[in-house]
Design a protein around this ligand. Structure first.
Ligand SMILES: Cc1ncc(COP(=O)(O)O)c(C=O)c1O
Length: 367
């Protein structure tokens, strides 16, 4: 008889591991990487300076409370630092939330084309993932509410959503919160909040401030340009912050991450420059790609979703291959239920022009 082997908990082997955006192209070309929604402006030079300075004391444990970082965030947004929990990327926080609030028999709800991590963390917590359909690639509040059961414990909502780039206005978010049972935690994942230029958008601060059952997560990986350092934060009701602080690693942020994150938060002109860049190039890229006869889902974030024809040779796979041969890496999104689309991050001016040229060549060559 074969010896017994260690077995992961139920659900773990149902997880399809997250596949990050690609970063290499064939032939040793220097790639134009537009696959992970990173900022083309890089981090604040002040953040890089703080990171380098932190290198002088690497034998020391970091501050387990990430005090300097929480204070910098609190100053910027006028928040109570005690209700901010930091993580090694917002993905750690989303994972911690799932582990604190979901278990076997519970349901974690998210939308049809919602960020892929939600399914992973729900399964990892031993709970059951429930998917609410979207309408025209947009969150449908009524569809979410229709799937709530007594077992629903957490609803995850990326706003704006990745990979669609669409968003839900504050009235709708408020309507969702009001209609959810009070024991359901609503997680507003606002990874792209800084980019949104819509009067009816609210990232989540107000709901966290006025309810006891809403959490907002944010990241330093996108507009702050610190994806490589892994920094995220959550603004929480007191009881939620208390739960997350009990289960997080005692030193879950490194000292260089704490220092660089705080410096980045204090350099708002750098963030404003990134917002201006996106304001210029998001509409430009959208319009230029539409001129090629392709459909683009209107986005409020730093990426766009481009829809390709379904015919083999003209489809998303062919387009992705064609662009990769030219050194341009986009994001395939079949894993999000969008096999005929590609996601493109807004890059530098030169990168944006190159991606349009390459798409024009692809469309032209296939008439
Ligand atoms: C919607 C959304 N949430 C969270 C994340 C995770 O970001 P990080 O873990 O780098 O903070 C991403 C990254 O792609 C995202 O798109």
């Amino acid at each position: 008889m074969a010896p017994l082997a260690p077995k992961p908990r139920p659900g773990v082997l149902d997880i399809e591991a997250y596949v990050p955006g690609e970063s290499q192209v064939p032939g040793g070309l220097k790639p134009i990487k537009l696959s992970s929604n990173e900022t083309p402006l890089g981090p604040s030079p002040k953040a890089v300076e703080a990171f380098t300075a932190a290198g002088a004391a690497l034998e020391r444990y970091p501050d387990g409370q990430a005090t300097a970082l929480r204070q910098a965030i609190a100053r910027r947004f006028g928040l109570n630092p005690d209700r901010i929990v930091c993580g090694a990327g917002s993905d750690e926080l989303i994972n911690l939330i799932a582990h604190a609030y979901l278990g076997p028999g519970d349901e974690g709800l998210f939308t049809e084309h919602g960020f892929l991590l939600y399914r992973i963390v729900v399964l990892a917590a031993g709970a059951t993932p429930i998917v609410a359909p979207e309408t025209n690639l947009k969150t449908d509040v009524d569809a979410i509410l229709a799937r709530v059961t007594p077992r629903t414990k957490v609803v995850f909502l990326a706003n704006p959503n990745n990979p669609t780039g669409t968003y839900l206005g504050f009235d709708e978010v408020r309507r969702l919160r009001a209609a959810l049972p009070s024991d359901v935690l609503l997680v507003l994942d606002a990874a792209y909040a800084e980019y949104v230029r819509k009067n009816d958008y609210e990232a989540g601060l107000e709901l966290v401030a006025t309810t006891e059952n809403t959490v907002m997560t944010r990241t330093f990986s996108k507009i702050f340009g610190l994806a490589g350092l892994r920094i995220g934060w959550a603004y929480c009701p007191e009881a939620v912050a208390n739960a997350l602080n009990r289960i997080r690693g005692p030193f879950n942020l490194s000292a260089p991450a704490i220092a660089a994150g705080a410096a980045a938060m204090d350099d708002w002109p750098h963030i404003e420059a990134a917002i201006r860049h996106n304001d210029e190039w998001l509409p430009w890229l959208t319009a230029e790609i539409e001129k090629l006869g392709l459909t683009v889902t209107p986005s409020v974030a730093n990426f766009i979703l481009v829809h390709l024809p379904k015919e083999p040779g003209r489809d998303a796979v062919a387009c992705d291959t064609f662009l990769k041969q030219r050194g341009i890496i986009l994001r395939r999104v079949a894993g999000y239920g969008l096999p005929h689309a590609l996601r493109i991050t807004i890059g530098t001016e030169a990168e944006n022009r190159k991606v349009v040229e390459a798409l024009a060549a692809f469309v032209g060559a296939r008439g």
